[in-house]
Design a protein around this ligand. Structure first.
Ligand code: SF4
Length: 446
């Protein structure tokens, strides 16, 4: 294959991709600026088109976009002065997206603009990671340590986390920071029970909340960790949003992926959460789990529809490097051909529940090259999810595996990572906190 790039008169660009035995693919146009970037984009598109034609490959619905956060491209095109229809056109002609994905991206990005603030450090968000779970799911790549093997580290971890909360709380007050949203994730924070959970939630409110805090979320993903008592603790602490994640409504699949809870647990936890009055409940599902076909997904969605959550997050299975499932590609291959149909089925159910897509991301090795989509009913989108995904707000992360993202006014990023393992976190908290506070102080007062 040969690739020819020509520039005439400083701004007339042409690209030609030639594969032996095939018609050459050519494109040309006027590029007053960004010649190098445009040349790379055309080469990528041309190479993809030529190979699709030569080997009768099915075009990827996402064209040449391979990044985790495709909405960031849409936002930067909008910031450059393009209109929404122009962006939709560019996504199709320059990046090769199919019309449905271009429409989806633009719809999501349009809705997200309302969440953006002129200054990425005013207000900020806060994340707190609890790296414990009842068991480890086979597809998991997060900081999640089973209580059975790592429970002895919990006490030391909580003591370290309390000291980190106090340190960051002091900095928030010293610098007069405004905190918009607080998200307790992990892991599964509701593996904590009784006073461990209540004290932590209260300490977060006391140290981290400011007058501007309008969202408090707890990831309660594993339904077997929830009881009327723990849900009441969440409610009393002012938690407004939780996630109860079935992933599938099939007991056999739940066992196969190492979740060790049942569909009945999902129903019980959901009705208890409604009973105590948690305002917003999200449910996560995963499309393409081992052994699951369209019929399984249809059943899962029917059950979820009956429960009627306020948010629905639809993941397409991704075989991540740190997961046990990565070695079982053959077990999950059934779903690949049906991925798009599963995505459509989930979308239709979300629409029927009055939801629309509000955030979106992709992963490597994801089912059918598809995407993960968060749906929400009107005015029930998670602020934190949007800010975390779009990286237009500084988010201070505490706890195990928390990755603080400092966002500069020009939207460049730099990160600070806490140790993932609870033992390492407890041992290194003093140095890690000192380093992070110094970095934050420098970033936020620059
Ligand atoms: S519940 Fe979530 S964090 Fe915990 S093991 Fe499963 S996927 Fe990982």
């Amino acid at each position: 294959m040969t690739v020819s790039i020509n520039v005439a008169g400083n701004s007339e660009l042409s690209v030609c991709i030639n594969l032996e035995g095939e018609e050459p693919w050519t494109i040309s146009g006027h590029c007053p600026s960004g010649l190098e970037t445009r040349a790379k984009e055309w080469v990528r598109l041309g190479v993809q088109r030529v190979f699709q034609r030569a080997y009768q490959l099915t075009p990827s619905p996402w064209g040449t976009l391979t990044g985790v956060r495709p909405t960031k491209l849409v936002h930067s095109l909008y910031d450059d002065g393009n209109s929404w229809p122009e962006i939709k056109e560019t996504l199709q002609t320059l990046y090769g997206l199919n019309p449905e994905k271009a429409e989806l991206l633009v719809h999501v990005a349009q809705g997200q603009r309302a969440f953006f603030h002129p200054n990425p450090n005013d207000p900020i968000g806060v994340y707190v990671g609890i790296p414990f779970c009842p068991t480890r799911c086979s597809y998991c790549s997060f900081a999640a340590y089973p209580l059975g093997t790592h429970g002895h580290l919990l006490k030391g971890f909580l003591a370290a986390l309390h000291s980190e909360l106090k340190g960051i709380g002091a900095l928030i007050r010293e610098l007069g920071l405004k905190v918009e949203s607080v998200y307790l994730g992990g892991g599964t924070p509701t593996t904590l029970v009784g006073s461990d959970l209540g004290d932590l939630l209260d300490l977060i409110r006391h140290e981290i909340f400011t007058q501007e805090t309008i969202e408090y979320t707890v990831e309660a993903g594993r339904p077997e960790t929830l009881s009327l008592e723990s849900l009441q603790i969440l409610k009393d602490a002012g938690v407004q949003r939780i996630s109860i994640n079935p992933q599938t409504m099939h007991d056999q699949t739940l066992q196969a992926i190492g979740r060790e809870h049942t569909v009945a647990d999902v129903h019980r936890a959901f009705s208890q959460a409604r009973q105590v009055g948690i305002p917003i409940i999200n449910m996560d599902i995963i499309l393409g789990l081992p052994g699951e076909e369209l019929g399984h997904v249809e059943h899962t969605l029917r059950e979820i529809s009956r429960l009627g959550p306020d948010n629905l997050t639809v993941h397409s299975l991704s075989l991540k490097r740190a997961s046990r499932l990565k070695n079982s590609r053959s077990e999950v291959s059934i779903a690949h051909a049906q991925g798009e149909a599963m995505v459509h089925m989930a979308r239709d159910v979300a629409f029927s529940l009055g939801m629309t897509p509000y955030y979106l991301y992709r992963q490597r090795h994801i089912l059918g090259g598809l995407e993960n989509i968060g749906y929400a009913r009107p005015n029930q989108s998670s602020i934190y999810n949007v800010q975390m995904m779009e990286e237009r707000q500084t988010i201070i992360a505490l706890g195990g595996g928390g990755i603080t993202k400092f966002v500069a006014p020009d939207l460049t990023l730099f990160r600070h990572a806490n140790p993932k393992c609870p033992a390492g976190y407890s041992q290194q908290i003093k140095e890690s906190l000192t380093e992070k506070v110094a970095q934050l102080r420098q970033h936020l007062t620059a």
